[in-house]
Design a protein around this ligand. Structure first.
Ligand SMILES: NC(=O)c1ccc[n+]([C@@H]2O[C@H](COP(=O)([O-])OP(=O)(O)OC[C@H]3O[C@@H](n4cnc5c(N)ncnc54)[C@H](O)[C@@H]3O)[C@@H](O)[C@H]2O)c1
Length: 351
């Protein structure tokens, strides 16, 4: 039986990956998570419910209460399990939170990733190693692209970006937030373990990843949090750009499906922009309108005329490289279908 090691297994992406590979692909799944999300974001970010769900629902799932900053602990676990695949999703995932906890952010995102890479090199260098990176590695450089203002959103005015941002876009000489910078360090290191040591590594630079298992909070998990606010009648604060800032959204299942395609035909030191693509974009204003349709409740909102530092005005991923390398993969869950699932999940969880 093939063995998969997933870090951040109780989080949005990690839990989807555990379920997908455990149930659909017959892997023995080992998860690493120490519920650090509750430390980063407080009780609203708690992911124990998701860990318990995996223990109930994924046959043979083994949970390891381990901090990826624990270098010796990571080394010993990887040596013991010798996983056939490693999927690394554990992170401090928030742009804004990082400035308050710079050491925790860097130690988790950059050094934690290095701990895993080195453990993999020592014990299972032939195993595909997939790293969840982020579109924040591009910093705010995408804001330099000429834009056009439409009624409810911004869009690129430059035809060169009509399909979105490609993987060749510059990653330096822009404002990243400390989070973006720690993720750049990890992203480049993952590429380097591919290029320098020949390991089958890849970085997936995520747009907005979401789905019913997201514990969305104000500082991370835009759609999940927005929908939660609507359902609970809470005020959603819009930060700048007239609420017309655009994000591309991808369901966590389509993320897991892409990872499976990579595992089946791994490459070395690759980078992909993984988002919903242009077809699955929405602005904050458009997300309000769609959510109101699902829930029948008006969105309570307040506008602050100050964008978050380094925030993108318009970002969507160019999916053409992913589709060219893995033609059997494509998006299967539309934005509307994803939003409906999130509404149903929050309704169930708060019932
Ligand atoms: N969700 C998004 O919109 C998005 C977008 C782009 C990139 N990403 C990236 O994808 C990855 C997964 O994101 P997510 O949305 O699933 O995040 P998440 O916060 O839902 O899950 C991360 C999990 O990692 C765990 N964790 C954090 N620090 C840890 C540590 N030191 N040791 C062990 N476990 C630890 C947390 O408890 C949490 O369960 C991250 O690398 C994130 O930067 C996410």
């Amino acid at each position: 039986m093939k063995t998969l090691l997933v870090t951040g297994s109780s989080g949005l992406i990690g839990s989807e990956v555990c379920g997908f590979f455990g149930r659909e692909r017959g892997f023995q799944v080992h998860g690493i998570d120490n519920n650090q999300r509750a430390v980063f974001f407080g009780p609203q970010g708690d992911t124990r419910w998701n860990q318990q769900r995996l223990e109930r629902e994924v046959p043979g799932f083994v949970h390891h209460e381990l901090d990826i900053r624990d270098r010796a602990g990571v080394r010993d676990l990887v040596a013991r399990v010798r996983p056939g695949v490693i999927i690394h999703t554990a992170a401090q995932p928030s742009h804004d939170r990082a400035a308050a906890i710079p050491f925790d952010d860097f130690d988790t995102n950059a050094t934690g990733t290095l701990n895993l890479l080195e453990a993999a090199r020592q014990s299972c260098p032939e195993s595909p190693f997939i790293h969840m990176s982020t579109n924040k590695v591009y910093g705010d450089a995408p804001n330099g692209i000429a834009l056009k203002e439409l009624d409810t959103r911004w869009d690129y005015a430059d035809a060169a970006y009509e399909h979105g941002i490609p993987e060749t876009f510059t990653i330096d000489q822009s404002t990243h937030s400390l989070f973006g910078a720690s993720k750049v360090a990890a992203d480049v290191m993952v590429q380097e373990y591919g290029r320098y040591f020949g390991m089958p590594t890849c970085c997936l630079r995520g747009g907005c990843l979401t789905g019913p298992n997201h514990a969305g909070v104000e500082l991370h998990g835009f759609l999940s949090y927005l929908i939660k606010c609507n359902l609970e009648g809470r005020t959603y604060t819009v930060f700048g750009y007239k609420g017309k800032q655009v994000r591309d959204n991808i369901h966590s299942l389509d993320v897991a499906r892409f990872m499976a395609a990579f595992v089946d035909a791994p490459r070395v030191g690759e980078v992909y922009n993984l988002g919903g693509g242009k077809a699955n974009t929405c602005s904050v204003l458009e997300a309000f309108a769609m959510t109101e349709q699902w829930s029948g409740k008006a969105q309570v909102q307040v506008y602050v005329d100050q964008p978050r530092t380094g925030d993108h005005i318009c970002y969507y991923s160019d999916l053409r490289k992913m589709r060219a390398h893995y033609p059997a993969w494509d998006i299967t869950k539309s934005l509307a279908a994803t939003m409906q699932e999130i509404v149903e999940a929050w309704t169930r969880r708060t019932a």
